[in-house]
Design a protein around this ligand. Structure first.
Ligand code: SF4
Ligand code: SF4
Length: 330
């Protein structure tokens, strides 16, 4: 199983921790062998979707934290499936409804050699199989080239623009994500399906226009999708954005020059003025990132993480992170 050799000294993401994932060592992603949460034929997305476990981030609002924080969250999933078995299974179920397989997570690029092996098996029989990858963009440039080489469709999440906000949200710096977004726009523009950001009142709402300006500078035709935050994980008691905020931010992104902007999801109750730094309407005042990072930091401190700046890759608590929800039977 040649494709596993990279996991004996893993440098697939920007943490570049060099751990031997096959010998029980763990990086931030906590991953060992590539493990699958579940698979699903999505007729809506016209894709056979493979959800993979583990993530290079520890996002405080993750709506799939049992998957991203696996195995720490003590939930049970399918586990390792050999690439040829997964390829055969996918082909038996996806055709004729779809000719595309997509990988999501968690963060699928922490398992890039495995994904390449699955796709290689499938393309031996069906050379035109489409491949979708949804990523947080925190891979190394080398891994990013592999993502671009194999994919026909890439969904790319930019969680925040300012480094301090990005760190508080994810535990990782924003620099590599922005660098990789720029590279993708330059070398794989046609494969970019969307860039997207989750709108969190008081935490990312002032990040949206900064990200929109960044994308407009790359290519204003790149589709940008704003996703309304749904209370989850460590932000379980933080309100989501109202419809007004989503519409207002969308208009602001268009005003910046993006030609393909849309939003989805909103919170049915109004956002308390104390939460939204713009009073619920997105606002165009230049709120500093300090305020947004501090709101996130307050939740983190209550959850047991007081590392500031937050950086999970060099945190002494990474093997016993307190900022995680454990299932009661775990
Ligand atoms: S954190 Fe990154 S470099 Fe470290 S084991 Fe996970 S994927 Fe590999
Ligand atoms: S305690 Fe350490 S590993 Fe846990 S969230 Fe904070 S910085 Fe990351």
């Amino acid at each position: 199983m040649q494709y596993l050799s990279e996991f004996t000294r893993c440098n697939l993401c920007e943490w570049r921790c060099g751990t031997n994932r096959l010998e029980g060592e763990h990086g931030v992603c906590r991953a060992g062998m590539p493990h699958i949460a579940y698979t699903m034929l999505s007729k809506t997305l016209h894709s056979y979707a493979v959800t993979m476990l583990g993530c290079s981030f520890r996002c405080i609002y993750c709506n799939a934290y049992r998957i991203s924080q696996y195995p720490d969250a003590n939930w049970f999933y399918r586990g390792y499936v050999a690439p040829d078995a997964l390829a055969a299974e996918a082909m038996s179920k996806m055709l004729p409804d779809t000719d595309k397989i997509s990988f999501t997570g968690g963060e699928p690029t922490i398992n890039m050699p495995y994904i390449e092996e699955v796709v290689r098996e499938m393309r031996e029989r069906y050379p035109d199989i489409g491949v979708g990858i949804a990523t947080n963009g925190f891979c190394t440039p080398k891994t990013l080239r592999r993502v671009a080489d194999i994919s026909t469709s890439i969904s790319y999440e930019i969680k925040a623009y300012d480094d301090d906000v990005h760190r508080m949200l994810t535990g990782a710096p924003s620099g590599p994500v922005l660098r990789n977004a720029r590279s993708l726009a330059e070398v794989a523009r046609d494969e970019i399906r969307v860039f997207r950001t989750v709108v969190i009142p008081g935490i990312t709402e002032h990040q949206i226009t900064k990200i929109a300006s960044f994308i407009a500078d790359l290519d204003p035709s790149i589709p940008y999708r704003l996703i309304g935050f749904r209370p989850n994980f460590i932000l379980y008691y933080h309100p989501g954005p109202g419809q007004d905020m989503m519409e207002d931010l969308t208009e602001q992104c268009r005003g910046i020059g993006l030609t393909d902007v849309a939003w989805s999801g909103y919170y049915p109750q109004g956002v308390p003025a104390s939460t939204s730094s713009s009073g619920g309407g997105g606002g165009d005042d230049d709120e500093g990132s300090d305020g947004e990072a501090e709101v996130a930091a307050q939740y983190l401190r209550r959850a047991g993480c007081s590392k500031d700046p937050r950086s999970c890759g060099d945190c002494e608590l990474v093997d016993q992170c307190p900022a995680c929800l454990l299932e009661p039977w775990g």
